[in-house]
Structures are given as C-alpha cells and as structure tokens.
Ligand binder design. Structure first.
Ligand code: NAI
Ligand code: MG
Length: 353
C-alpha cells in the first residue's frame, strides 16, 4: 500500500473549482487501485487569507508544508484584493524557492478534439524541462548613476551543478519517453554562458548513449514550436528560455486551461509542487465553467512523479477520450461545465478499471 500525503492549496478564483475536481478524480483512482491512497490536507492560503492576516501564509507556513509528499496547488492571485506581486511572491514564489524546486516541467501535447491555433499542428507531444533556480533570473547585478548616465547590469548565473542537474533530469525523462533531448542554446550570440551550456550538455549526453540529442538556438527553436512542434520529445532550457518556450507550448495546445506544470525538488529534502499553468481566471470565477483538465493533467504529473506512470497514462488517455468526444468547456469551444467534464472522466476511469 502506498500512502501519499498531499498538501492542497486551492488558492484564489477558479483554483477553488478545479482543485476539488482534480481531488475527486484522484480519490476515484484511489478507489480503483486499492494499493494507492491519498491523504489530503487543505491549506486556506490565498488573497482572502491575506486580507484577514496580513500575510499570504503564516510564519511557520513552510514548516507546516515541508513534510508532505507533495503540494497540489490551484492558482494564486486576486488583484482586486491584493496586488499580484504581493500574492505571488508571498506564496507561490516563496514555495518554489524555499523548497528548492529547481526544475520546472511543462508538457505540451495536442489533445484530439481540441483546436490548436496552429493551422497544421500535426500530432505534437513534447515536454520542456526548465532550469528553475538560476540562469538569467539571478539577483546579481546592480544599477548606478542617474538620468542619461543611468546604467543597469544584470548577470546570468550558470553553475555546472545547476546546469547539469536540469540536463540529467531531461535525459532521465527522455528515457521514459521517446529517447530524444533537444538543448535550447544561443551559443552563437551569448559569449560565455551558452558555450558553457553546450559543453555541459555534451558531457551529460555521454552518460546517455541511448538518447539521441540535438541543439537548437532558441530563436530557431521558438519558430520550430510553431512550424514543427511534432519534431520534439524533451527540450531542456535555461530559466529564461524555458519560461518563454513553455508559454508558447501552452499556447499551441489551444487553451491555457488545459496546460499542466510541475515544480520539482530533486534533492528529496522538500516536497515538489504541482500546479497548472493557468491563473485564477477572475473573469469566469463562480460560473462553474472553468476547464478542470489543466488541474487534472497536473494530477497525472504528480502520479508520474511518484512512479505511478501506468495510472497516469490511463488518466491522460481518459482526458483525451473526453476531448475527442467533444465534452469540452467553453474555453475550448464547448458548453460543458467543470462538473460534467469531471464526472465524465471519473465515469470513464471506472469503466476502464
Ligand atoms: P489566467 O490564466 O487566470 O486567465 C487568462 C484567461 O484564460 C482568462 O480569460 C481566463 O478565463 C482563461 N482561463 C484560465 N484558466 C482557465 C480554465 N481553467 N478554464 C477556462 N478558462 C481559463 O491569467 P490572468 O487573467 O492573467 O491572471 C489572473 C490572476 O491569476 C492574476 O492575479 C494573476 O497574477 C494570477 N496568475 C496566477 C498564476 C499562478 O498561480 N501560477 C499564473 C498566472 C496568473
Ligand atoms: Mg511565464
């Protein structure tokens, strides 16, 4: 029997609609597979909590969360109540940083029945592994002088440890998929960090002779995401490149409402955090029409993380059968509700058991 203790933070807005939906699905999976049990503990951290307590999370919040097997999060942000930078930094970014979630992974896959904005998207199924702790988003640098003399310096930090860690993660992932890793580089234009990135990539690749590799400059790679997304399996990228690529990946899937994501702690000291790409969607909150697929797919990534890939595979298959049959929420062109889509997924999971 495998028992997983999961801290759930629905957060703001539609997080409170899609997280319960995904939990229902996980509970159903647990009923079907007797050997897998979840213990969910709910944490009410969101912008309402902030209004009441002046903080997004209590002082011992990290302490409360650190011993869970994983954190399952909805979305954070309600700009009407709390400025976005306060809510984001006070919760989401704090968790990612303090819990050393140094890798961010986001799949981009075309679900049959979902219209991609690409005219001819073919059948793409890729995953971007983004280095999530250093690179271009470092706080090393400074600003001096004023007016015309004003000057800003922003340094990029690429350590062998951080770079190698992201790349090894990508290769390990590729071994479970189609054995191909693409490195996102820019060594023709960025003088120090990207040639270093290329060298580390070559070094790491030597340990994975069974995995094919290629290297693409980020500008061309971005274009390929539009023209030939089906050419990619696993893509490994630095923090900034990965940030841009993953939004592009979510865009070509057809709706931000279906795109899943995970922030991975690789040293085992702290929990990893699973959260969909979308935000709190204030424009549709309370209408019951939020697309639950992003959150449910995120649950699938959590299952994969706990080596329950077979169950995860069935779940994604069922998600895709639902879209294929046109059971779609309004954001992807249908008129089904959150509840109808969720109930249908559970029904089909049970039917396949
Ligand atoms: P958003 O992702 O919340 O919404 C963008 C558009 O996509 C909206 O039209 C929304 O209705 C739609 N949408 C998003 N998720 C959907 C779903 N599951 N089903 C159907 N439609 C969906 O991004 P926005 O509007 O820029 O941000 C709203 C709030 O969310 C802000 O406070 C922002 O800071 C926060 N945010 C939080 C994120 C997180 O927690 N990781 C990520 C992005 C935004
Ligand atoms: Mg982004």
């Amino acid at each position: 029997m495998k028992q997983l203790s999961i801290a759930t933070i629905p957060g703001d807005g539609i997080g409170n609609e899609v997280v319960p939906a995904a939990i229902e699905v996980l509970e159903a999976l647990s009923d079907i597979h007797g050997g897998l049990k979840f213990k969910f503990t709910h944490f009410p951290y969101n912008c309402h909590y902030y209004l009441e307590h002046g903080v997004m999370m209590p002082e011992d919040g990290l302490e409360q969360l650190k011993n869970f097997d994983a954190i399952f999060l909805g979305a954070v942000g309600n700009a009407k109540l709390v400025p976005d930078h306060i809510s984001l930094w006070g919760l989401l970014i704090k968790l990612r940083r303090e819990f050393e979630q140094v890798i961010n992974i986001r799949p981009a896959k075309l679900l049959s029945g979902v219209q991609s904005p690409l005219v001819n998207p073919k059948d793409f199924d890729l995953i971007v592994v983004r280095e999530n702790s250093e690179g271009e988003y470092s706080s090393v640098g400074g600003r001096i002088y004023k007016d015309e003399e004003e000057l800003a310096i922003q340094n990029s930090i690429f350590s062998r440890r951080g770079t190698e860690r992201a790349m090894r993660y990508a290769f390990e992932l590729a071994k479970k998929r189609r054995n191909h890793v693409t490195s996102a580089t820019k060594s023709n234009g960025i003088y120090y960090s990207m040639p270093f990135w290329d060298e580390v990539f070559k070094d790491v690749a030597k340990d994975y002779p069974e995995v094919a590799t290629d290297s693409q400059h980020i500008d061309a790679l971005a274009a390929f995401f539009v023209t030939h997304p089906d050419k990619f399996d696993v893509v490994v990228a630095s923090n900034l490149f990965g940030d841009v690529l993953t939004d592009l990946g979510a865009a070509i899937m057809g709706s931000v409402g279906i795109a899943p994501a995970a922030n991975i702690n690789v040293n085992g000291k702290y929990p990893s955090m699973f959260e969909p790409v979308h935000g709190s969607a204030p424009d549709i909150v309370g209408k019951g029409i939020a697309n639950p697929l992003g959150q449910i797919w995120t649950a699938k990534m959590m299952l994969d993380h706990f080596n329950e890939e077979e169950i995860g595979h069935v779940l994604l298959d069922v998600i895709e059968s639902v879209t294929r049959n046109g059971l779609l929420t309004p954001d992807i062109g249908g008129n089904y509700t959150t509840k109808e889509v969720t109930d249908e997924i559970i029904k089909r999971l049970k039917a396949r058991a």
